[in-house]
Design a protein around this ligand. Sequence first.
Ligand SMILES: [Zn+2]
Ligand SMILES: [Zn+2]
Ligand SMILES: [Zn+2]
Length: 156
Amino acid sequence: MFPAPGHDHGRCASDAISHAEAICASRHERLTPIRRRVLEALLASHAPLGAYDLIDRLAAQGGRPAPITIYRALDFLREQGLVHRIESRNAFIACVHNHASGDPVVFLICEKCGAVGEAAAAAVADTIRSASRAAGFTPKTPVIEIFGICAHCKAA
Ligand SMILES: [Zn+2]
Ligand SMILES: [Zn+2]
Ligand SMILES: [Zn+2]
């Protein structure tokens, strides 16, 4: 879940782009150049990035994009389940899982290295759904953020 430091990240990032292309193609959505650049910038590492960090990264490649352009691309990527927002960090992270939008997501956030892992949430999702149903409540953004220390930092 937490990729080992020194893993083949080039491979990891290109697999994620192929995954995104496949998802968009199957839904008849377009991974436009700006959407792809935003996703690539998020895939540059396994740490979440804020919207302005993203703008800086893209500006470094030439041509500073307007914030609205970035937010629109992020909205699209979030709707497709390719990017999640981490509320407590006000930051975004690419996702390679195949979610339906509105699926509960559990983030494990390392306080030391900033890496974010996504835990398998099926059992948690069932619990949230039944607890919500019992309360007559409709959950909209079921995101759970858990802070701690990742396995790699613990071993270091
Ligand atoms: Zn990686
Ligand atoms: Zn996800
Ligand atoms: Zn860590």
